[in-house]
Ligand binder design. Structure first.
Ligand code: NAD
Ligand code: TDX
Length: 389
């Protein structure tokens, strides 16, 4: 783990004190973290955010290039690892955070099957480290009753459903993949820190998200881009696995409700009430994009579908019962699937530069130049003034 240099920043401390809430966001350069930060900067003008992200393949440093100069003052980026306890301790000592929103994780099931170790390290060891430093901060904090640790987790910890039924907050954990096992383990640590040390922690277990800035390894962006580029569309197994899809902004709004009104020690399930078979999603994407690009006859995209070997241990169905967060916190999804999938398709069509940058080596090269050995001046904590990403 890289070490961090003590480097107080007068400007940062002054601004920090003016803000109503100061939040440490981990993994804020990934898909959901990016949407969350952009959303918060828009709707909470007196919140200050520190984004701690390692910039793995899934984190894109350019996701905030277009925010306003005023927003840039309310966002600080720190490249670093959630397993780096010294760095976390330094961040906590510099800003009296009111809340930690812990998104950072390895998040792709297929990658977890190919290489489970990174999932153990980031999702379990990383969460354990963030918990430990959050606890130390909370124990020394003035107004500790205002602190919250929010752990962003997944419905996959509950395992697989048959054709009937829903996951509730009481459903026993039964993870199937190395990814879901690592998320389940991290959830258990969070629960233990609440029960043992009273850390005011809350867990959210959310269903599959879709929307802008999602790395094109997950079903929806992968299919959108392969359709645009007329590449094959690999559907696992019989294509009848079911996921409960939620537009990412609805997820962000649920997280905001939990920060403001959630009860420590509780879990909240978040779902879109929008179950779809994978094959139906792929058909819908083919038809929408064909229409947008004026394709017909022999050019239509459904012909690109290829049924391929199933994912090992592939969960059949996920479906969330989100009654609790609806009833207790007044959240419900605002976006209909048919509407938000069009917004998502349009975003990818209009942001092929983003796609090309995350798929090409350019992005990695930029990160290496700015944060790697050659860019030591920007490494770790020292980049706090560089908010242009
Ligand atoms: P993502 O893979 O797009 O982003 C993960 C981010 O974490 C990246 O920016 C990456 O650079 C960063 N990161 C990885 N390892 C790190 C480390 N050691 N230290 C610091 N940063 C690190 O993931 P996502 O889809 O945005 O998911 C975010 C969170 O939400 C995850 O915890 C995931 O389990 C959970 N979740 C995701 C979904 C979904 O559908 N995508 C649904 C429910 C829950
Ligand atoms: O090429 C593909 N073909 C295919 O049929 C891909 C990438 C996926 N699939 C299937 C597998 C799943 O049944 O589509 C479904 C969705 O797959 P993913 O997008 O990989 O998501 P999933 O495995 O459901 O996990 C996701 O949802 C919950 C996220 O990756 C997790 O981070 C989140 O916790």
């Amino acid at each position: 783990m890289g070490s961090s240099k003590k480097n107080k920043d007068i400007h940062f401390i002054c601004l920090d004190e003016l803000m109503r809430k100061k939040i440490l966001v981990t993994g804020g350069s990934g898909f959901i973290g990016t949407n969350f930060i952009r959303h918060v900067l828009n709707v909470q003008p007196d919140w200050y955010l520190v984004n701690l992200d390692l910039l793995t393949y899934a984190g894109n440093p350019h996701n905030f290039h277009d925010i306003t100069p005023e927003m840039k003052k309310r966002l600080r980026f720190v490249r670093g690892d959630v397993r780096d306890a010294a760095l976390l301790a330094q961040l906590f000592s510099e800003a009296n955070f009111d809340c930690v929103v812990h998104f950072a994780a390895e998040s792709h099931v297929d990658r977890s099957i190919l290489g489970p170790k990174a999932f153990l390290e980031t999702n379990v060891h990383g969460t354990f480290t963030v918990l430990g430093e959050s606890l130390a901060h909370w124990e020394n904090k003035g107004r500790p009753e205002e602190f919250r640790f929010l752990h962003i987790s997944t419905d996959e910890v509950y395992g697989s459903l048959g054709p009937q039924g829903y996951f509730t907050e009481e459903t026993p954990y039964n993870p199937s993949s190395p990814y879901s096992a690592s998320k389940a383990a991290s959830d258990h640590f969070v629960k233990a820190y609440f029960h043992t040390y009273n850390l005011p922690a809350i867990i959210t277990n959310c269903s599959n998200n879709y929307g802008p800035f999602q790395f094109p390894e997950k079903l929806i962006p992968l299919m959108i881009l392969n359709i645009i580029e007329r590449d094959r569309l690999p559907v696992y197994g019989d294509g009848k696995n079911i996921r409960d899809w939620l537009y990412v902004i609805d997820h962000c709004e649920a997280v905001l409700k939990v920060i403001e009104r959630g009860t420590p020690g509780n879990t909240y399930n978040i779902g879109g009430n929008s179950e779809r078979e994978n094959i139906d999603i792929v058909h819908l994407l083919c038809d929408h994009i064909d229409k947008r690009l004026g394709r017909s006859g022999k050019e239509t995209s459904r012909q690109l579908i290829q049924f391929v070997s199933d994912r090992p241990g592939h969960d059949r169905r996920y479906a969330i019962d989100s009654t609790k967060i609806q009833r207790e916190l007044g959240w419900s999804p605002r976006f209909r699937f048919e509407e938000a999938i069009e917004i998502t398709i349009d975003w990818y069509l209009e942001n092929m530069d983003w796609v090309n940058s995350v798929r090409s080596g350019e992005c990695r090269k930029w990160i290496e130049e700015n944060y790697g050995d050659r860019g030591k001046k920007y490494s770790s904590i020292g980049i706090k003034r560089n908010n242009s990403m």
